[in-house]
Ligand binder design. Structure first.
Ligand code: ZN
Ligand code: ZN
Length: 376
């Protein structure tokens, strides 16, 4: 576990930048150690989730961060002068346009600079190389290991995001989710509920897929009208203070025929078996195999076309990975999704997904919505 405290030494405060400072300091210490291992002294963070992680700034798409051995600076433009001053736990520099690269390189003069090769554009990398006279150190997955285990403060936010996701599901279950309603109207109702109840936004474009569209694992809500007999997949999550929830439920619009009805029971059993297995020390490969094995017993393993799950945090997909190719091993404080699903084009499909916290003693399921078979 990382040890970021939840508030400043002076106790809780309403100033977001001040209250984030201790957590950010702990993160930067981990990042600097990682850079030293890689042979770099400084880094230009450009991946939005990492810029937010290192600063607390809530519009990281329009910012970068430079971290050196003894300083950390958020660099953004004039549109964000007030917002950055209010939110950033690190020094802020307002420099847009052509001045931005000058300022960044000025701060890392004489230092071995690392960049995020899995995010920085080729053009930006070329510009930096041209100015430095040598290529910067290209890194991939720079913060992945540092962000695997969540702090208590991060877990609180993920817990709240999961709670809001559950509340939104209960809301559409009692109202919009009916035959005759378009998928998009259900999606918009989920989103409106989340936004009106304190969510920053949705974790990703809401998936509502009924009928033949349920065979699309990522069937973002369309104008299709839900019909009796549909098994509708709803996959969505609230985002709270940058942290993403992720949950999938499948609901019958009236009675659901075979083979989907039988597949539902098989997927639920596989999902529950995988959740039950989650504990520290379990490998991502073994977790995936628990669900895949159950679906094989039901004769439908070949319809499970994706991996069992993924980590969640400041990004909807981050480490650890629960898949047949994973190299991760679960540890307390990790947050993972458990989401087996089966899909057959032309027929349909379904998925059931919970957000699960790995604890010292095993796990805690943060998604509380009912997941047994139900019809509306
Ligand atoms: Zn999902
Ligand atoms: Zn997911």
């Amino acid at each position: 576990m990382t040890s970021d405290p939840q508030a400043g030494a002076g106790g809780p405060t309403n100033d977001p930048a001040t209250s984030r400072r201790p957590a950010v300091e702990a993160r930067l210490a981990g990042l600097r150690a990682r850079l030293r291992e890689l042979g770099a002294d400084a880094v230009l963070l450009s991946a939005p989730a990492d810029v937010r992680w290192a600063s607390g700034f809530t519009t990281p798409e329009d910012a970068k961060a430079v971290v050196t051995p003894d300083a950390a600076t958020l660099i953004t433009d004039d549109r964000y002068t007030a917002q950055a001053a209010e939110e950033s736990a690190i020094e802020v520099l307002i420099a847009g346009g052509h001045r931005q690269l000058d300022e960044i390189l000025g701060r890392v003069a004489g230092l071995r600079l690392a960049v995020q090769a899995d995010h920085l554009t080729w053009k930006a990398a070329r510009d930096i190389e041209e100015r430095l006279g040598a290529p910067p150190l290209a890194t991939e997955g720079l913060t992945r290991a540092l962000r695997l285990v969540k702090s208590p403060d991060e877990i609180d936010r993920l817990r709240e995001a999961a709670r809001l996701t559950d509340a939104a599901f209960a809301h559409v279950l009692e109202g919009t989710l009916r035959a005759g309603v378009r998928e998009i109207d259900v999606a918009l109702d989920l989103e409106r509920f989340v936004r009106q109840n304190g969510g920053e936004g949705m974790a990703f474009d809401v998936i509502v897929a009924g009928g033949h569209r349920s065979a699309m694992p990522h069937g973002v809500a369309s104008g299709r009208v839900l019909e009796r007999g549909d098994l509708v997949t709803l996959d969505f999550g609230a985002r709270v203070d940058g942290y993403h929830a992720d949950m999938t439920r499948a609901v019958g619009i009236g009675p659901v025929a075979e083979p989907l009805r039988g597949w539902f029971d098989a997927v639920l059993q596989a999902q529950e078996a995988a959740v039950a297995a989650i504990r520290p020390g379990l490998s991502g490969v073994d977790a995936d195999q628990v669900a895949r094995g159950r679906l094989a017993e039901a004769g439908i393993a070949e319809l499970f076309v994706h991996s069992l799950g993924h980590g969640v945090g400041l990004q909807i997909h981050e480490g650890p990975s629960l898949s047949s190719r994973s190299t991760d091993v679960l540890a307390p404080g990790m947050l993972v999704t458990i989401e087996p699903g089966v899909y057959r084009p032309g027929v349909g499909g379904l998925r059931i997904e919970d957000l699960v916290l790995v604890t010292e003693g095993g796990h805690e399921v943060l998604s509380r919505s009912p997941k047994g078979y139900l019809e509306v």
